[in-house]
Ligand binder design. Structure first.
Ligand code: SAH
Length: 244
């Protein structure tokens, strides 16, 4: 089979953060599939067919990409940030798992700069010590599990990066997240709201957990909460490498 699938991360927004490897894949592609706003970031050209699709159809999209590759097309599946972080790479493997001969496909995952790392870099070094990343969307997992992980991660002293902090379909849920964090952590722990990082609409806001308000986050925001040692230095925040 001469067709292939490359699952590519477009980075957080800034075109300078799209890797050379991803640019090359897009230049060689015959087809691009992905969520509408991500496909909109790909420049149209003759010989390239764009297949934008709606959110929440990830598995259909992955199957479409595999079918096109089997028919000889060179397909790039685009995600924002990194495709392996709460994005299309896992969806492609979920689709692949149901195929009779997974090894017959030529698949490559092309990493990108995930929102968590782009946000951390703009803020300073809040992830300088141990940390974890949690997707706050309960589309694909029970809410109780999110609450449990939040509590245990806070108890374990991790800095935490929250993806998908808020959605219109989940009113009150981020308020609940703040309530759980306040029950587990001192009010002076720093929490950063980094919106649309590396784009023209970037907005950074660092407050204490006691001051935090759910209205500070939306779906374009990465929320990073520090550990108990995370501190301000000048206009930055950082988590020291040494703890205890
Ligand atoms: N695969 C993506 C994440 C997809 S989940 C990645 O690796 O970055 C979508 C969530 O990512 C958003 O709700 C938001 O929390 C975060 N996000 C994506 N781009 C962002 C940006 N430029 N600035 C801040 N947060 C962003």
């Amino acid at each position: 089979m001469s067709g292939w699938v490359k699952v590519a991360g477009l980075g957080p927004g800034d075109e300078a953060m799209v890797t050379e490897q991803v640019r090359t894949a897009l230049a060689e592609a015959t087809d691009v599939v992905g969520y509408i706003p991500y496909v909109a970031r790909v420049v149209a050209r003759p010989g390239l067919t764009l297949h934008p699709s709606d959110n929440r159809v990830e598995l259909d999209r992955a199957n479409h990409a595999l079918d096109m590759a089997a028919a000889g097309k060179r397909v790039v599946v685009v995600s924002s940030g990194d495709p392996g972080v709460f994005a299309m790479a896992a969806a492609v493997f979920e689709a692949l798992e149901l195929r009779p001969d997974p090894n017959s496909f030529d698949i490559e995952i092309l990493p990108g700069i995930t929102a968590m790392l782009a946000a951390a870099a703009r803020l300073g070094a809040p992830l300088g010590h141990d940390f974890c990343a949690i997707n706050l969307s309960d589309n694909l997992k029970p809410w109780d599990l999110i609450e449990k992980r939040l509590r245990l991660a806070a108890q374990a002293g991790f800095s935490m990066a929250f993806y998908n902090p808020r959605a219109a379909s989940r009113p009150g849920r981020f308020e609940r997240v703040l309530e759980i964090l306040r029950a587990e952590l001192p009010g002076q722990v720093l929490i950063a709201f980094a919106r649309a990082v590396t784009t023209g609409e970037e907005h950074l806001n660092v407050v204490t957990l006691a001051e935090a308000d759910a209205g500070m986050a939306d779906m374009r925001t990465m929320v990073i909460i520090g550990n108990e040692d995370t501190r301000r230095v000048g206009r930055w925040i950082y988590s020291p490498r040494r703890v205890g």
